[in-house]
Design a protein around this ligand. Structure first.
Ligand code: F6P
Length: 543
C-alpha cells in the first residue's frame, strides 16, 4: 500500500476551500433547493436502503471526497487487503477475516499457500461439534445433555460473540449462553454460581492464549469444576479456540478439543472464525453460515462496486468529512432495535482499537485527526438519555440511525411507534425549529408576549445535524452479517485514507504489560517506586 499523507493531496486542498464555502449552509435549504436530493444521496443495495442525504454535503463535496479516495489509492489498497498481502505491516501479517466467509472455491494465498481448505476444515469441525451439542449426541460426563454454554474471552474474543448472540437471540435454540470477560472475580463467580457442572460446556477463547483476564477466569472456572468432577472428565466440558496450540495443551485442554485460528485474523474481526463458536452453538450452523454469507455479500459489494455507489466507501468518506473538516470528535450509532443493544460497544473496539493511531504508515506523527470516538445506545431509550445534547448541545455529532422495516415478533403497533421515532428524530435533527415556529407554537398555546420572548431562545433548535439512515428489511443472520461487514470495511477505508495501520494495537499491549508489573509488586506490600500519586494509591490499597 502506498504511503500518502492525505493532506498533501489535491483533493484535500480543494476540500478545505470547499468546506469554507459550505460550512454555514443549512441542510434545510439544500432540500428546498433540490427536489431530487434524497434520490441523489442514497444507495439501495439488496435489502439495505441507505439514505445519506441528511448530511452537510453537496454533489461537489461528494465528488471531492471520491477524488480523495482515488488520490489515496483506495482501489489498489482494497486489492491488497482481499488478496492477502501483509497489509498489517507492523506485525507482518495479512488481514484476512474476509477469507473466513469467502466462496470455498476461491484461492487466497498466505505465505504461498491457499488457506481456504484449512478454513473449510475448521468450519466443518465447528458444524459437527455444534450440531452434536445442540442435538444432544455429545453429552456431559454424567450422560446428561448440555444446557448451558460459557464463553470465556475478552476484547475480540468476547465482544463479537456476545454482540451477535444478543442480536440474533430471536433465532436461538434451547442452550443458555453466558459470557465471562472481566478479570473482576465478581463477574466469574456471579456467572458460575448457579451453573451445574454436569450440563455446562466451557469455551476458552483466546487468540494468543496469554491474556491475563481469560487465563485467570479459565483457571477459576476449572478449579470450580474440579471441586465436584474428576480431572479425566475435563475434556468433555472444556474446549478452546486459539492460535497457540501448545499453550492450550499445557493449560490442560485436550488437543482434539482445540479449534484453531490463524494469525491473519485480527482479534476484533474474528467472530467469523472459531471465535464465533458460541454464536454457532446459540443459533445453529445454518444460521451461522447465513451470517457469514451476508458478510461475504458485503465483501463483494465493497470490492466490485464503483465508489460512488459503494456503501462502506461513502460512509467512510462522510465520516472523514466531519472528522477532518468540521472537526467533529465523535460519532453516535443508534440502532432502533433492542436486539442491537451491544452493537455500539462492539463497534467501539472495532473502530477505536483499529483507527486510534497517531503515527502514519511512514512512522511519522500525523498532523491531522484520525480515529473518531464512537458511542451509542438503542433508540428510543437513547432519546430519553443523551439526545438532548445531540439536538441542542455545542458539539456536532454525526449519527448513524439503524432500523428495520419489519420487526421480528410482527407487533405492528409497536413497530410503527418505534419507526415513527426513528424517522422523526432524523427529520428533527435536519430541520431543527426556528424562532418563527417556536413563536407560532407558543402563541397557539396562549402564552403571553413576555413569556414568549423569555422562552423563545431555549426552545429554538438549530437543526443542521447530520445523520445517515440505514434501513434494512429485517434483522436476520444474513443482514446482520452484512451490517457488521459494512462497518469493518468503513474502518479499512478510513485507515487507508488517514495513512495509518488499522490492524495492530500496541497501545493495548502496553496496558497489559503494566498491569502485570504492578501485580508482581503487590507481593511486597510496600511500594516505593512510581510517581507519588500511583505510589500513594497503591499503598492505600495494600494497607
Ligand atoms: O484488547 C487487546 C486485544 O489484543 C484485542 O485485540 C483482542 O481481541 C483481545 O486483546 C483478546 O486477545 P486474545 O484473544 O489473544 O485473548
Amino acid at each position: 500500500m502506498k504511503n500518502i499523507n492525505p493532506t498533501t493531496t489535491k483533493a484535500w486542498k480543494e476540500l478545505e476551500s470547499h468546506f469554507k464555502e459550505i460550512e454555514n449552509e443549512h441542510m434545510k435549504d439544500m432540500f428546498i433547493n433540490d427536489d431530487n436530493r434524497a434520490e441523489k444521496f442514497s444507495i439501495q443495495w439488496e435489502d439495505f436502503y441507505v439514505d445519506y442525504s441528511k448530511n452537510r454535503i453537496t454533489e461537489d463535496t461528494r465528488s471531492l471526497l471520491l477524488k480523495l479516495a482515488e488520490e489515496c489509492n483506495l482501489e489498489e489498497a482494497i486489492n491488497s487487503y482481499f488478496s492477502g498481502e501483509a497489509i498489517n505491516q507492523t506485525e507482518n501479517r495479512p488481514v484476512l477475516h474476509t477469507a473466513l466467509r469467502a466462496d470455498k472455491n476461491t484461492k487466497i494465498n498466505v505465505r504461498g499457500e491457499n488457506v481456504l481448505p484449512e478454513v473449510e476444515e475448521v468450519k466443518a469441525k465447528i458444524r459437527d461439534f455444534s450440531n452434536e451439542i445442540i442435538d444432544g449426541t455429545r453429552k456431559g460426563y454424567t450422560g446428561k445433555n448440555f444446557t448451558d454454554v460459557v464463553n470465556i474471552g475478552i476484547g475480540g474474543s468476547d465482544l463479537g460473540p456476545v454482540m451477535v448472540t444478543e442480536s440474533l437471540k430471536f433465532y436461538k435454540n434451547h442452550l443458555n449462553m453466558h459470557f465471562i470477560s472481566n478479570v473482576d472475580g465478581d463477574h466469574v463467580h456471579e456467572t458460575i454460581k448457579d451453573l451445574n457442572p454436569e450440563t455446562t460446556l466451557f469455551l476458552v477463547v483466546s487468540k494468543t492464549f496469554t491474556t491475563m483476564e481469560t487465563l485467570s477466569n479459565a483457571t477459576t472456572v476449572r478449579e470450580w469444576f474440579l471441586k465436584s468432577v474428576p480431572e479425566e472428565e475435563v475434556s468433555k466440558h472444556f474446549v478452546a479456540v486459539s492460535t497457540n496450540l501448545q499453550k492450550v495443551e499445557s493449560f490442560g485442554i485436550d488437543r482434539n478439543n482445540i479449534f484453531p485460528m490463524w494469525d491473519w485474523v485480527g482479534g476484533r474481526f474474528s467472530l467469523w472464525s472459531a471465535v464465533g463458536l458460541s454464536i454457532c452453538l446459540a443459533i445453529g450452523y445454518d444460521n451461522f453460515a447465513s451470517l457469514l454469507d451476508g458478510a461475504h455479500k458485503m465483501d463483494e459489494h465493497f470490492r466490485k462496486t464503483s465508489f460512488k455507489e459503494n456503501l462502506p466507501v461513502q460512509l467512510a468518506l462522510l465520516s472523514i468529512w466531519y472528522n477532518n473538516f468540521f472537526k467533529a470528535e465523535s460519532e453516535a450509532v443508534i440502532p432502533y432495535s433492542q436486539y442491537l443493544d451491544k452493537f455500539p460497544s462492539y463497534l467501539q473496539q472495532a473502530i477505536m482499537e483499529s483507527n486510534g493511531k497517531s503515527v502514519d504508515r511512514n512512522g511519522k506523527r500525523v498532523d491531522y485527526e484520525t480515529g473518531t470516538i464512537i458511542w451509542g445506545e438503542p433508540g428510543t431509550n437513547s432519546q430519553h438519555a443523551f439526545f438532548q445534547l445531540i439536538h441542542q448541545g455545542t458539539k456536532l455529532i454525526p449519527a448513524d440511525f439503524i432500523g428495520f422495516k419489519k420487526s421480528l415478533f410482527e407487533d405492528k403497533a409497536h413497530q410503527d411507534k418505534l419507526m415513527a421515532n426513528y424517522f422523526a428524530q432524523t427529520e428533527a435533527l435536519l430541520n431543527g425549529k426556528n424562532e418563527e415556529e417556536v413563536e407560532e407554537e407558543l402563541k397557539f398555546k396562549n402564552f403571553t408576549r413576555d413569556e414568549i420572548d423569555r422562552l423563545k431562545p431555549f426552545k429554538v433548535f438549530e437543526g443542521n445535524k447530520p445523520t445517515n439512515t440505514i434501513l434494512i428489511d429485517k434483522l436476520t443472520p444474513e443482514s446482520m452479517g452484512k451490517l457488521i461487514a459494512l462497518y469493518e470495511h468503513k474502518i479499512f477505508v478510513q485507515g487507508v485514507i488517514w495513512n495509518i495501520f488499522s490492524y495492530d494495537q500496541w497501545g493495548v499491549e502496553l496496558g497489559k504489560q503494566l498491569a502485570n508489573k504492578i501485580l508482581a509488586e503487590f507481593d511486597d506490600r510496600d511500594v516505593n517506586n512510581h510517581d507519588s500519586s500511583t505510589r500513594a494509591l497503591l499503598n492505600y490499597y495494600l494497607k
